[in-house]
Design a protein around this ligand. Structure first.
Ligand code: C2O
Ligand code: CU
Length: 459
């Protein structure tokens, strides 16, 4: 049949319009400058770097087993990239500038697309000059939902952060790379807050059951936390469910980058104060997130919760016979280093300091040409981190979760960031089941930028 122009046009009208390709459909995540009110009313607002204009960035929620896609659009004046912290991700999507991708220049974009094998509480943050970019606000929560959520009335994300502000101007203290803080405990803010607010609060009813997803997005601050007027259980750490919910009886410790899922019942009476407290520098307990109790959801609390459904691949097998790799954590103020490798050269302490390097992992400051270890896929490995410094370090492994191995051979919960205390030894064990180049670094971001970053290769 000969097609007339008219028929051709009619035929065209009958077919659906060309579908935009998936890439064009991709949801955006825009790194951009914004101004937000971090300090209390009456103080000036703060110019920040944000995702989509808010501090923290938008809460990204997706279903376990689905695929997440976001186009990072960089409208900042500096290059940036996004790391999806704690996701057992495809290496090419890990967001580490200089290792897994090039940083995205100003005005350009990068498409992130990856599978989500695990449910749980994760977060995303800049991984280019993180010491400054995360401090300026480039972070947000990433929540991967179980097919069957636990029996709770509400699910609340509490992203805990601190900011170092000039009270007179509201500006960030513009010294993110200060040698003094980098060689000591790292940058600690003068204002602590939750979800971008110094006075975060929520209201709840007596005996209501909440899931609280705590995320420490601070640069260096280790939070000591306590519940008041709430009865709680820890149900997951760093996204991964605990076999048995653990009653909260004591101070909870949340190091930088760590997450903790709690299920809490509001046990305070109406009008009584309840909430999450933190240990301030002066050793007093201060309110971090206030819960105002109004009304009653049930006449009695519900009792201990069920464990969350397990994620896949949570076992770490063959630990006892796995090779042990020694990784001393070295350097910092008051201890220093005799020497360490940096950019392919062996430097003395003075030379390292001149290069802004104060720390080393197993004698290496910063990323070396060669990985700390090369593991074959599926192999179980142990890394013994001995903290020879006088500071605690929040050590984070990308791409895979690990369990700590105690001296008696028992294994701790599966997690991705562990706090290694001064003069202590912490051994982590993991199955190297994810191919690629993975960072192992301190999540005190000033430490990471001045030596405490290394990498392993899974081939
Ligand atoms: Cu939270 Cu190397 O990252
Ligand atoms: Cu550190």
């Amino acid at each position: 049949m000969k097609m007339t122009r008219r028929a051709f046009c009619a035929g065209l009208a009958a077919v659906p319009l060309a579908r935009p390709t998936q890439a064009q459909d991709m949801a955006l995540l825009t790194a951009r400058a914004a101004t937000v009110q971090l300090a209390p009313d009456g103080y000036p607002a703060t110019p920040v770097w944000s995702y989509d204009g808010t501090i923290p960035g938008p809460v990204i929620r997706a279903a376990q087993g689905s695929r997440l896609q976001r186009r990072l659009v960089n409208t900042l004046e500096v290059p940036t990239s996004v790391h999806w912290h704690g996701i057992r991700i495809d290496n090419a999507m890990d967001g580490v500038a200089g290792l897994t991708q090039n940083a995205v220049p100003p005005g350009e974009s990068f498409d992130y697309a990856f599978d989500l094998p695990d449910a749980g509480t994760y977060w995303y943050h800049a991984h280019t000059n993180s010491m400054e970019q995360v401090a300026r606000g480039l972070s947000g929560a990433l929540i991967i939902e179980e097919a069957t959520p636990p029996d709770v009335d509400r699910d609340e994300v509490l992203m805990i952060d601190d900011w170092l502000l000039e009270p007179d101007t509201g500006l960030f203290v513009d010294d993110f790379a200060a040698p003094m803080t980098r060689s000591h405990g790292g940058q600690i803010g003068n204002l602590v807050g939750v979800n971008g607010r110094y006075d975060y609060s929520l209201s709840a009813r007596q005996n209501e059951r909440l899931r609280l997803r705590l995320i420490n997005s601070a640069n260096a601050q280790i939070f000591g936390l306590k519940l008041e007027g709430l009865t709680g259980w820890t149900v997951a750490l760093d996204g991964m469910p605990l076999d048995t919910p653990e009653p909260v009886t004591d101070t909870l410790v949340l190091a930088p980058a760590q997450r903790m899922d709690l299920i809490v019942d509001i046990t305070a009476e109406e009008g009584e104060t309840a909430g999450l407290l933190f240990a301030a520098a002066d050793d007093t307990w201060r309110v971090l997130a206030e819960v105002s109790v109004e009304g009653r959801a049930a006449s009695v609390p519900r009792g201990a919760p069920q464990p969350l459904p397990r994620n896949p691949r949570m076992e770490v097998v063959g630990v006892d016979t796995a090779p042990v790799l020694e990784m001393p954590l070295q350097g910092g103020a008051m201890r220093g280093l005799e020497s360490a490798a940096f950019n392919g050269q062996k430097l003395t302490w003075q030379e390292l300091v001149q290069q802004g390097q104060f720390w080393a992992l197993a004698g290496q400051a910063g990323l070396g040409e060669a990985p700390f270890a090369t593991l074959s896929r599926g192999e179980t490995a142990r890394i013994r981190m001995t903290n020879d410094t006088i500071f605690p370090h929040a050590m984070h492994l990308h791409g895979m979760h690990f369990r700590t191995r105690k001296e008696d051979g028992s294994l701790g919960p599966l997690r991705d960031t562990v706090l290694v205390m001064p003069n202590e030894m912490t051994e982590i064990a993991f199955v190297a089941d994810n191919l690629g180049k993975w960072l192992l670094h301190c999540h005190m971001l000033g430490h990471a930028a001045s030596g405490m970053t290394n990498w392993i290769m899974v081939a």
